[in-house]
Design a protein around this ligand. Structure first.
Ligand SMILES: O=C(O)C[C@@H](Cc1ccccc1)C(=O)SCC(=O)c1ccccc1
Ligand SMILES: [Zn+2]
Length: 171
């Protein structure tokens, strides 16, 4: 089932997510709903807090349009290592529509997580996958990619969305 994606300044996006206690069918169903929502957006990642579920899980698929889908589910992820080397990507966020900015992050990360079968795995990633893992991981801690921008740029985005929210409220 497709879920609604929360948009800033929704305060839920700033909440800390709690660990998943047991990887059961309910969690697998949630992961499938998140993947369906992500593909429909379209996007390359989605964290549970973006659909209002404050649990530590995110999904992603960085495969290009012309490639077969490669969905991944990360439950209770921990970034256990990050490279000193940094890389810059133009990031977007499904909770901050129509806004893209360059963000600098560690070029590669090693992440320990549980997959949809409840098996513990460790993965080393670089490139867009590393960037996406870090972007989704941040969502679980209430962080958004605009937090890495200058105060000037961030305030401009926040003002723009606050104005949109006010207009949306007006009948
Ligand atoms: O808000 C999110 O987590 C989704 C976000 C993930 C992300 C994008 C870019 C860098 C790091 C993480 C998105 O998917 S925004 C949309 C997007 O980037 C995209 C959409 C369609 C095709 C390709 C990319
Ligand atoms: Zn995002």
């Amino acid at each position: 089932t497709k879920r609604d994606i929360l948009i800033i300044p929704d305060p839920v996006l700033r909440q800390h997510c709690e660990p998943v206690v047991k990887v059961d069918d309910a969690i697998r169903k949630l992961a499938d709903d998140m993947l369906e929502t992500m593909y429909a957006a379209p996007g390359i990642g989605l964290a549970a807090s973006q659909i209002g579920v404050l649990k530590r899980l995110f999904v992603l698929d960085v495969a290009k349009e012309d490639q077969p889908r490669a969905p991944m589910v990360f439950i209770n992820p921990e970034i256990v290592w990050a490279s000193e080397e940094m890389s810059v990507y133009q990031e977007g966020c499904l909770s901050i529509p129509e806004y893209y900015e360059e963000v600098e992050r560690p070029a590669s990360v090693r992440v320990r997580f549980f997959n949809r079968d409840g098996d513990e795995q460790e993965l080393q990633a670089d490139g867009l996958l590393a960037t996406c893992i870090q972007h989704e991981y941040d969502h679980l801690n209430g962080r958004l990619f605009i937090d890495y921008l200058s105060k000037l740029k961030r305030d401009r985005v926040v003002k723009k969305f606050a104005k949109q929210a006010r207009h949306a409220e007006r009948v």
